[in-house]
Design a protein around this ligand. Structure first.
Ligand code: SF4
Ligand code: SF4
Length: 181
């Protein structure tokens, strides 16, 4: 186990009953994370997606979570108000089974960063833009493992590239890029 340190943990509570499927959250998330910022918007690049299937009477915002290289061996099924929902519908993972939460051009996994920004935002962009108050931002202090903390988006991105192209090919490319620098 690594050293523990205190950290502010951000979370967003979702009030599904208030979501009307306007998708403003998807638009602003993709625009905020575009390079340069606000230069484009494409919900396929958003780190929040509003699930609207299969019965088309409920909207469920789902945040992009951790990348996983293995598909699950089982699938979750959800029963809400007596209705059964899609097996993978509410899963947050970027995984090999589907295109959700993958950057459309590169295929790299997308993960919600609760809008890391300098200067910091008062609230994440999707929360600010959700006029129906379906997204409620919360902060709490928790002890976290420092080693886990170091596993950042770069490492997750490299891991997914290694899975896709093989580690040797990735190392070869990085070495070639380093020579060009
Ligand atoms: S902005 Fe709010 S109401 Fe609109 S789709 Fe997103 S969560 Fe739902
Ligand atoms: S918190 Fe920020 S990064 Fe996460 S889904 Fe909302 S807008 Fe996107």
């Amino acid at each position: 186990m690594g050293e523990k340190k205190k950290k502010i943990v951000k979370s967003i509570k979702i009030d599904v009953d208030k979501c009307n499927g306007c998708r403003a959250c998807e638009v602003v998330c993709s625009a905020f994370h575009a390079a340069p910022k606000y230069s484009s918007n494409n919900p396929a690049r958003s780190r929040i997606r509003v699930v609207h299937e299969p019965l088309r009477d409920v909207y469920v915002p789902v945040y992009a979570g951790e990348y996983t290289k293995a598909e699950c061996t089982g699938r979750d099924k959800y029963l809400i108000d007596g209705k059964e929902y899609d097996e993978c519908g509410f899963c947050r993972a970027s995984c090999p089974s589907r295109d959700l939460f993958k950057e459309p051009d590169s295929g790299l996994p997308l993960k919600c960063d609760m809008c890391e920004s300098d200067p910091p935002l008062s609230e994440p962009m999707c929360v600010q833009w959700c006029l129906n108050d379906a997204l409620i931002y919360e902060e709490r202090e928790e002890e976290v493992d420092e080693e886990e903390e170091k596993r950042d988006e770069v490492e997750i991105g490299l891991e997914s590239l290694a899975d896709k192209f093989g580690l040797d090919k990735l190392m070869e490319t990085v070495a070639r890029m380093a020579k060009k620098e």
